[in-house]
Design a protein around this ligand. Sequence first.
Ligand code: NA7
Length: 294
Amino acid sequence: MRVAFLGLGIMGRGMASNLVKAGHAVSAWNRTPGKQVENARIASTPAEAAEGADVVWLCVSDTNAVESVLFGEDGVEPQLREGSIVVNSSTISPSATREFAERVRAGGADFVDAPVTGSKVAAESGQLVFIVGGAEATIERIQPLFSAMGKTVLRMGDVGMGQSAKLAQNLMTSVIFEAFAEALTLATKLGVQPESLLALIQSSMVRSGVVDYKAPLVLRRDFSAHFPMRLMFKDIRLMLEAAKETRVKLPALETVSEIYELAMEEGQQDLDYAATLTLLEKWAGVEVRGAAAS
Ligand code: NA7
């Protein structure tokens, strides 16, 4: 298929590269020039990338970025035609997703929301999980592209449902990590070694994928961005907005959100969201340090 891939950030670059490896003709674009994908054509605007494409795939940071790439100056919209498909893998607002889809559908193309769960490593190795909203027949048509980039496609319903489910899932990620960080901080203050606490967690029913992934990094005090704090905070804001729109109360998430705000005020936005631990440590006057970091 002819695919325009827009946004070559931490996730997008690996995704575009896997499309090329699977034999698709990829025309890629990134806002800041200079990013390359081997054997892809690099376009200088979203419109140029989308020219003649069967599918336009987006992976940019937020709702505003999606809007400007689709409908802004040199955006994709004029290039869309009957039968072409826009797929958005950026995590953005569910209600804005429905508006964007309506506008795209009015021109005869179709729209699928397909945010992902999985790390940078999963993006590079084609192991992402896609959380999808859209028409079944359209999703079927782009199955080869999903297969090139991911291991699982979970359809949640019509347009917007992929984003809604992704936000609910990321709510758990942020709150589970926060619980882990608080447990580490309290245990350290009480004199328990982090490795000992971890052995207990991993042998008990609180074991989780979040802890499996983050614990080795945290114990080495490696806070480099696998998922930058600014993007998790963006998602937390989207969750709280969606909750407000639908009159849902999320007290645990509201507290987590305050911790992120303070951590970002301290300049941690480009570190991994795991760096929120350092704020708890500061308040407690301890540092969680595994043997590997000493
Ligand atoms: P990154 O690595 O921060 O990459 C973000 C990408 O979005 C990057 O290519 C940016 O281009 C691009 N971007 C940001 N703002 C804009 C605007 N306004 N217009 C066009 N392009 C823009 O994020 P990830 O790859 O980790 O994540 C991407 C999405 O997946 C995000 O929604 C996550 O929550 C999930 P730049 O290079 O800065 O010019």
